[in-house]
Unconditional design. Structure first.
Length: 342
């Protein structure tokens, strides 16, 4: 089975760590060390969604900043900035070279930060090792989606059409070829015996643009994250043919079968996390570790996660980094199977 491994780990910092993390180093430092404590943060914080508006990264960044502000966990102003391009690769090039010490700029990402660094076509020389992973926040799943009036009623009908002529249908997604939405789009076809390199795929900057392309008739099928199409499903504008989860989801997706239920052995879990710059200061990192742990334990965040249709899955900085190391190996194997590795 080709899938992204799910690992669940939980909190490792307690109330004592919270207290210690808040203490000023001025209390123990010698006079010539006073500059070590800056009282971070002292400026507004920018959280970047490296895509257009409306997709999973954008929704995550806006939920993250909204709850941090509303709960006053972070008292400095928080703003979200969209920086689309190359499925996140354009922003990563800037962040890894020009923002390497900018403690006041964080960003959200998901498997593309691993995939883009490993894939052959349009790959990025930068990946998670050029950042400071701060925390995993949630997990989501892929969705295979068509318009509500599409002649395709289930996943098998799409795959049969693609098997006859892989170039007949246009698949689309909110990430570059070889990246997450592309893998979600073609994974069922690959598992169904179709050469994935023959499937026609068009990339857009973010899931919101991909949905627009679908509704406008510029794509027949999109592969994207389930949470980003939830409102379109509720509005009756789309039909979700399959979810790439192991088991059927609840809520608005309770009537949508998994790919596995339809005898297509395709699972794909989409995590989402928060990252800082590679040379983030120890003080800034400690601040965000404490703040994010407080966030994920708050009732406000749990409600927001439920509202967005995500699943809460928190990993602290150390566990998140370990997980990314393991996932890098898994993604490499997936890309090799699809002939898309470097």
């Amino acid at each position: 089975m080709i899938s992204i491994k799910k690992i669940s780990t939980f909190m490792c910092a307690g109330a004592l760590a919270l207290t210690l993390g808040a203490c000023s180093s001025k209390e123990t430092a010698s006079p010539d060390k006073k500059e070590e404590s800056t009282g971070y943060p002292t400026k507004a914080i920018t959280v970047v969604a490296p895509s257009g508006a409306g997709g999973g990264w954008d929704l995550t960044a806006r939920s993250f900043t909204k709850v941090l502000s509303e709960t006053k966990i972070v008292e400095q102003p928080l703003t979200v900035e969209n920086k689309p391009g190359g499925g996140g690769a354009v922003f990563m090039a800037e962040y890894a070279t020009q923002q390497v010490e900018n403690n006041d700029m964080l960003f959200v990402n998901s498997p593309p930060i691993v995939i883009n660094n490993l894939k052959k076509e349009g790959n990025s020389p930068y990946g998670y090792k050029n950042t400071t992973p701060l925390a995993q926040l949630t997990k989501d799943f892929g969705a295979i989606v068509v318009k509500a009036d599409s002649p395709f009623k289930d996943l098998k009908s799409v795959l049969e059409e693609v098997k006859k002529d892989p170039s007949k249908l246009t698949f689309a997604g909110g990430s570059a070829p070889g990246s997450m939405d592309h893998l979600i789009s073609i994974l069922p076809a690959y598992k169904y015996g179709v050469d994935p390199t023959k499937v026609k795929y068009v990339s857009y900057d973010g899931g919101g643009e991909a949905v627009t392309a679908l509704l406008g008739g510029n794509a027949d099928v999109i592969g994207t994250d389930a949470s980003s199409v939830k409102e379109f499903l509720k509005a009756g504008k789309i039909r979700v043919l399959a979810i790439t989860s192991e088991e059927r989801l609840a809520g608005d997706f309770k009537d949508v079968p998994t790919a596995v239920e339809q005898d297509v052995d395709a699972e794909f879990t989409i995590w989402r996390g928060v990252f800082g710059p590679e040379k983030m200061s120890k003080e800034a990192k400690a601040y965000w570790e404490t703040s994010i742990e407080t966030l994920v334990n708050s009732p406000e965040w749990k409600k927001e996660v439920e509202t967005q249709g995500w699943e809460l899955e928190y990993k602290n900085s150390a566990d998140f980094t370990k997980f990314l190391d393991e996932q890098e190996s898994q993604v490499q194997q997936l890309l090799e199977a699809l002939g898309m590795q470097k």
